[in-house]
Structures are given as C-alpha cells and as structure tokens.
Write a protein that binds this ligand. Structure first.
Ligand SMILES: Nc1ncnc2c1ncn2[C@@H]1O[C@H](COP(=O)(O)OP(=O)(O)O)[C@@H](O)[C@H]1O
Ligand SMILES: [Mg+2]
Length: 258
C-alpha cells in the first residue's frame, strides 16, 4: 500500500535569467523517508527545495505528490486553493530563520493555534490544550504560552516553529538548514528532538543542509549537489562512508579534518 512514492521529482530545472539555480534534478521520496540534500553554499539546495514545495515555479520539470486520498497529482496542475490547502495541512516548511516561519507579534500559543484553526479547529479549549501539549513536546515551558517569540532565544524560536508545523500532523516536511542559525551546543539538542519527532510521527522530510553531521543523524538517503546538479545520491551511510564522486570525497574529507 505504501510502495508508491509520496513525492516524485522529475528533471527539475530552475534558471535565474541565464544563471542556473538547479538543473535536471530527479528523485522519489517514499513515505517515512528522510532525504538530505547537501552541498556547499550556492549549490542550488534552496532553489530545489523551493521548486519542489510550490514556493517557486521551476523553469522545467515536474513534481507530483500522492494526496491523502491516494491520488497522485501534478503540483503544477493544482488550483491555487488546492495548493494553499496542501501547504496548510499536509505539508510543513521549516525555515532556517524562525522569524520567516513564525508570526513574531503574536503569542507562542497563538502561533500554534493558528495552524490548527487553518484546518478547521474552532474549539478554544482544545486549541489551548494542543498548544500546551506541543510546547512541552518541543521542550518549551508551558508558562511561556502567552509570550511572544520575540522574547524567546534562537533555539526556542526554532522549536516553536517546529511545533507550529507539526501540530496539524503533516505527512511531509520541508526543512531549509533547520539548525543553521544556532549555536553548536543548541544544534545538537534540536537535532535530537527533530529526530525523535520525525520518527514518532512517521514523517517524510526533505532536509537541506550544508552540514554532513545533520545529514548523518537525520536522513536515510542523501543527495549531494554541486553547481545546481546532483553529483551523488544514495543511502546516507554508504555515501558518507564510501563516497564515489570526487567532489563528495572532498566534502567528506574536509569535514573529517575539522
Ligand atoms: N533570486 C535569485 N536570483 C539570481 N540568482 C539566484 C537567486 N537565488 C539563488 N540564485 C543563484 O542560484 C544558485 C543556487 O543558489 P541557492 O539555491 O540559494 O543555493 P544554496 O541554497 O545551496 O546555497 C547560486 O548560484 C545563487 O547565486
Ligand atoms: Mg540555501
């Protein structure tokens, strides 16, 4: 029943004028699978992520998604309303900078509650209870529920962004450098938390990162990009322990030296 891919990406290319953002990228993502997209800055990771999550129109190529009803749809053929609904319910998007994914002027509880209301929840008590539950799941003290994210540390903001995304029980989460802006000590804990939430909920995810340690810890498979193209793709342990492509070998070696 779950043998079919959740997301199928075929020959996605995005150009910025004559400049290449990403070129001819194809892959399938299966239910429950975490795919890491790695590569140095400027290699096209964010461009690819935006193209496959309906945030940017690709210049060429197709992305299809298996909806909850089992039907696979070409994302470019969805109506704007269908696309919005998908982004609010079935998908999550975790930005590197939490301020891009949160409403900074409303309370932590409202940030979580808003997503629930977007999928039709109207009962104040249930919204409040879920918000409290999710704050505790991302290790934010319940007493902070009425505080605004502006009063939170970077790590707390990122955990709140994650709670806001996961409260609706999405099937697929896109993440762009989820630990990128944080102190190293905070990164490790966030990564641990992400890993257990993703496993608990059986989520599928595409995680963009320039950090191979993040790929190692979170992902089943990884794709290495360079200058917009995929240079290597395989099981994460295999790619990291036995890289085939010369550029991947360099990337892995340079990390080991640190
Ligand atoms: N809005 C844009 N206009 C022009 N070029 C862009 C734009 N966004 C990204 N690029 C270029 O596309 C390439 C890939 O960028 P990006 O997807 O941001 O890479 P990464 O996320 O791996 O750092 C880079 O060469 C970058 O300069
Ligand atoms: Mg980027």
């Amino acid at each position: 029943m779950t043998d079919l891919p959740l997301l199928s990406v075929r020959s996605i290319t995005r150009r910025y004028g004559r400049h290449v953002g990403c070129e001819d990228v194809s892959f399938d993502l299966y239910p429950g699978e975490i795919l890491a997209v790695v590569g140095e800055s400027g290699s096209g990771k964010t461009t690819l992520l935006n193209c496959i999550s309906c945030r940017m129109q690709p210049t060429a190529g197709t992305v299809s998604y298996r909806m909850r009803d089992g039907e696979t749809r070409d994302l470019a053929a969805l109506t704007e309303a269908e696309r919005r609904f998908l982004m609010r319910t079935d998908w999550g998007f975790v930005h590197q900078n939490p301020a891009d994914g949160l409403r900074m002027r409303v309370s932590a509880g409202a940030n979580i509650g808003e997503r629930m209301m977007a999928v039709g929840e109207r009962h104040y008590g249930r919204i409040r209870a879920s918000a409290e539950d999710w704050l505790s799941r991302v290790e934010i003290p319940g007493a902070r529920i009425d505080d605004r994210p502006t009063a939170f540390s970077g790590g707390m903001r990122q955990r709140l962004q994650i709670a806001r995304n996961l409260v609706t029980g999405p099937r697929l989460v896109f993440m762009d450098e989820p630990t990128g802006g944080l102190d190293v000590s905070v990164q490790a804990r966030l990564l641990d938390l992400l890993r257990s939430l993703v496993a608990e909920m059986g989520l599928s995810a595409v995680v963009v990162t320039h950090d191979l340690a993040v790929a190692r810890l979170l992902s089943h498979r990884m794709m290495v990009m360079r200058r917009g193209r995929v240079v290597e793709h395989g099981l994460t342990d295999r790619v990291l322990d036995d890289p085939q492509d010369a550029y991947t070998q360099l990337l892995v070696a340079s990390i080991l030296e640190v």
